[in-house]
Design a protein around this ligand. Structure first.
Ligand code: GLU
Length: 372
């Protein structure tokens, strides 16, 4: 039977790769590789987002006692990543496949040109039937430039690769309506149409001790991926044949439907890439125009500016109640906006002595925060 999905991002958490222990569980890894190779043989394309570098580093160095500093973690990641990639290469090689390593940080995705370069590289690997193996570049990433967790990194890969499925494999069978570790009556939620606050509350913060992301980060990632047009499934990595079953269309784990209006490529990057450096508050009229009519933001509808930002920076747009409604790239710096807020577009040039156009955030450079 052929797969329901064509291009699949598989994210494997540390807890899956180690089976909850303190070393890579190679038997478990080879089993997952068998399933991925099987799909690849059927014509699917697999992008593997792997955690486990730090765990592999600890194992390789014989579980040294290290302090909690960034440099120590980077050391473990530097040692472990090479072990990890070597292990993946060896295992995929059993099936005649090769892997290509891509280590990324947020900085590689923030800049539009670097983002497009990464996309080209990913496409080239896939075209050549090489399995891209992605991880955060932990050895050089500092907190400021980190994506921070591989759930979100894998969701960014969905946007980058235009994948139609994100598979978040973890040590739990999916998302439960209560914490299954503490509540024996917790029930698995098998299908999610919409990620809302109630669901976010349910997800709470049920992190595992080994990985970085808990269910809360998985929901964030799921939202990002479904807005890129992908189905997202959270399931247990140790369940026999889990990847194959999901691709055959069996109901396994928790399935999130893709958004009804997926974002086009540039807007995915906007949502994925640059972190916001400031915010702009809109009046009610501008809020409505931006949300309901899909209009660009004009200076006239701006009531306040927070933070210091330059032309071209990413800013958050707030409604009159202070809630985030959208993000976008501003054509004017915060200093300029202080002077032109509330003003008619025709007056911008007179006030500033120059103008970069009538709109402050063009709708092509703007993405509304929530969407069905
Ligand atoms: N990049 C980390 C590692 O390889 C994992 C981050 C995560 O688990 O989300 O150890």
């Amino acid at each position: 039977m052929t797969s329901k999905y064509q291009r699949i991002v598989v994210k494997l958490g540390t807890s899956v790769l180690t089976s909850g222990g303190d070393a890579l569980d190679r038997a478990q890894m080879v089993e997952l590789v068998r399933q991925m190779a099987n799909l690849q043989a059927k014509g699917c394309e697999i992008v593997l987002c792997t955690s486990g570098a730090i765990a592999a580093g600890r194992e390789r160095l014989g579980y040294p006692t290290v302090d909690d500093s960034m440099a120590s973690k980077q050391m473990l990641a530097a040692v472990g990543q090479s072990q990890l990639i070597q292990t993946w290469e060896n295992l995929f090689n059993i099936y005649g496949l090769h892997v290509g390593q891509m280590l990324l940080t947020r900085a590689d995705l923030d800049d539009r040109e670097r983002y497009l370069n990464a996309r080209d590289m990913l496409e080239t690997l896939l075209k050549n039937k090489i399995i891209p193996v992605i991880n955060e570049n932990d050895a050089v990433a500092t907190n400021e430039i980190k994506v921070g967790d591989n759930d979100n990194l894998s969701a960014l890969m969905v946007g980058l690769a235009d994948a139609d499925l994100l598979l978040l494999l973890t040590d739990q069978a999916g998302l439960y309506d209560a914490n299954p570790r503490t509540n024996p009556d917790a029930k698995l939620i098998s299908e999610v149409d919409e990620i809302d606050d109630a669901l976010r509350e349910i997800a709470g913060d049920s992190g595992t001790s080994l990985g970085t992301g808990g269910m809360a980060t998985k929901l964030q990632a799921a939202q990002l991926a479904r807005r890129s047009g992908a189905t997202v499934i959270i399931a247990a990595g140790q369940q026999p044949d889990v990847i194959n079953d999901i691709c055959k269309g069996k109901m396994v784990g928790t399935r999130f439907k893709p958004s009804n209006n997926p974002l086009e490529s540039r807007k995915r990057w906007l949502l994925a890439g640059p972190g916001p450096v400031g915010s702009i508050s809109l009046d009610k009229g501008a809020t409505n125009a931006v949300i309901e009519k899909g209009s660009s933001l004009l200076a006239k509808g701006i009531v306040a500016i927070k933070g210091r930002f330059d032309r071209g920076d990413m800013v958050i747009l707030h409604n009159e109640l202070g809630s985030e409604i959208a993000r976008g790239l501003t054509r004017y710096s915060s200093q300029d906006l202080m002077r032109i807020k509330g003003q008619h577009s025709d007056n911008i040039e007179e006030i500033l002595g120059y103008a970069y156009g009538k709109v402050v955030v063009h709708r092509n450079n703007l993405v509304i925060k929530s969407s069905r």
